[in-house]
Design a binder for this molecule. Structure first.
Ligand code: ADP
Length: 191
């Protein structure tokens, strides 16, 4: 399996670029945010729990997120690989992911990190609010909280993959196509 973590702050373009990557490399896109939103829509117990955290721009607790991720991955039989989008978001999640993938005889090949300035992120998220209907995009103080949580809890995950020589930074400013080609070029060097 060829597994990638697509990393970056909220609004960096992970979801958009994931769609391009799964088409080109025939991978499964696994976005923890999307899975939580599906659960909210279907009013599951997991959805009810996740909603309170998401609406405040906080992280859903690790145990809940890790359990959910494991059960999502095992839904697929013999995939070519996964693009993990929005996961891992803490060092504990990164460690749990390694242990879990090792139990499946596979691993993360690389982390591609989209780099975007904070001003650009805020602008993108506020614009997205007009079409996404996401409550966590509609409010500037929730957006600021998500960025703060990212800087405090998620940005350190970068070092976890840097230590393993798996980290690649990608300039996330430019047209969608330009960024896609930067991602393709990095993947093609490893695949
Ligand atoms: P964005 O990257 O735009 O913030 P996501 O759709 O990835 O959006 O995530 C939305 C929300 O879902 C997060 O703010 C958080 O509350 C929750 N969430 C998603 N992934 C995780 C995760 N790996 N760990 C904890 N919470 C998560």
């Amino acid at each position: 399996m060829f597994n990638i973590v697509l990393f970056g702050p909220p609004g960096a373009g992970k979801g958009t670029q994931s769609q391009r990557l799964i088409e080109k490399y025939d991978l499964v896109h696994l976005s923890t945010g999307d899975v939580f939103r599906d659960n909210i829509k279907n009013q599951t117990e997991l959805g009810k729990l996740a909603k309170s955290y998401m609406d405040a721009g906080r992280l859903v607790p690790d145990e809940v997120t890790i359990d959910m991720l494991r059960s999502e991955v095992t839904k697929y039989s013999a995939p070519k690989g996964f693009i993990f989008d929005g996961f891992p978001r803490t060092n504990a999640q990164a460690k749990a992911l390694d242990v879990f993938l090792a139990s499946l005889n596979t691993e993360i090949k690389l982390m591609l990190a989209l780099e975007v300035t904070e001003d650009e992120l805020k602008m993108r998220l506020l614009n997205r609010a007009e079409v996404s209907g996401r409550p966590d995009d509609a409010n500037i103080s929730v957006i600021e909280n998500r960025i703060a949580v990212y800087n405090r809890e998620t940005a350190p995950v970068k070092a976890y993959y840097e230590d393993k020589n798996k980290y690649i930074a990608i300039d996330g400013i430019g047209s969608i196509d330009e960024i896609t080609h930067r991602l393709f070029a990095s993947i093609d060097q490893v695949i």
